[in-house]
Design a binder for this molecule. Structure first.
Ligand code: FPP
Length: 281
């Protein structure tokens, strides 16, 4: 069992982070308690533009290098056994970016899907997407569907790309569908509860994320999975997305495992009932 009272230190000449145990140095991956992994990790990949600026390059260079971070993070998630990974790849609001940046991002998406479907197959990853997908350029929409079909039977991990997505759009869509169901007599208003509502969200067949990571030092949710993140632990890192790697994912998971998830209960209520001590009499 890993020791959760570990302290971290950075090894000067190495990019790897190690955990200092009383008698041994432990790779952060080994320090993760595999029995308490979040099932679902959601990520806001932020900071591509700032990373490119730091390199003296155009914003699109940041997006291009963001692909390597996506690949490494997906592989890292599979490596430790995360079953669901959801990435905010393009928000509804992102359509308002300069036209050239939007088309570069769409082209990058098509190229990445073409190139990385093999990586997904090799890692047993099933690809899916949430969002207002018909808004995507036809080529992008078609490639996405081809890759989703190809990877449909993979079972190691489900990778969901949020594309042309915003949580308010998703919640409004769910409300509309339910209103139509009531109007047509299929649903009674008194039948609408959280379970039925969640069944009308784009994420209806996957569990809610227990951990949400945002890169680049910004501490906002930005219209991402607002319903589903109700009880998620939020983890913010200063790393800019193109520099993010699986070690950073593992660090976020270690931080998650050190937190106490209470779901509105008190700490005392969470303590498992102790076995009665052996009665000698
Ligand atoms: C946010 O950084 C990032 C995006 C809007 C796009 C995310 C896209 C990728 C990581 C590329 C490929 C992804 C896939 C899934 C193929 P920003 O541009 O807002 O950065 P800034 O805040 O520094 O300006």
């Amino acid at each position: 069992m890993p020791d959760h009272r570990l302290t971290t230190f950075d090894l000067r000449l190495s990019t790897k982070k190690y955990y200092l145990c009383p008698n041994k140095r432990m790779d952060i991956k080994e320090a993760i308690d595999k029995a308490r992994l979040p099932q679902h990790v959601a990520i806001i990949m932020d900071g591509n533009g700032r990373w490119a600026k730091e390199q003296g390059k155009l914003r699109v260079f940041g997006h291009q290098n963001g692909v390597a971070a996506v690949r490494d993070t997906v592989e890292g998630a599979v490596e430790i056994g995360i079953k669901y990974l959801t990435l905010y790849a393009f928000s509804t609001e992102n359509w308002n970016r300069p036209r050239l940046e939007v088309s570069a991002l769409m082209e990058l998406l098509v190229n990445t899907i073409n190139k990385e479907t093999k990586t997904l197959m090799d890692n047993g990853v099933k690809l899916r997407a949430i969002g207002n997908l018909p808004q995507l350029p036809t080529k992008c929409y078609n490639r996405l569907h081809e890759a989703m079909e190809k990877t449909a039977n993979n079972t190691n991990c489900t990778l969901t790309l949020a594309l042309s997505y915003s949580a308010r759009w998703e919640i409004t869509e769910a409300a509309r569908q339910l209103a139509q169901a009531v109007q047509s007599g299929r649903v009674r208003p008194e039948d609408i509860d959280e379970t039925l509502f969640a069944q009308h969200l784009a994420t209806k067949d996957i569990p809610d994320p227990e951990l949400m990571i945002r890169t680049s030092g910004e501490q906002r949710i930005s219209n991402y999975l607002l319903w589903q993140l109700a009880y998620a632990e939020l983890y913010f890192t200063d790393k800019l997305w193109p520099a993010f790697r699986r070690q950073d994912l593992f660090e976020a998971i270690m931080a998650y495992q050190k937190r106490e998830r209470r779901f509105g209960l008190t700490s005392e209520q969470l303590v498992k009932p102790q076995k009665k001590p052996f009665n000698k009499n």
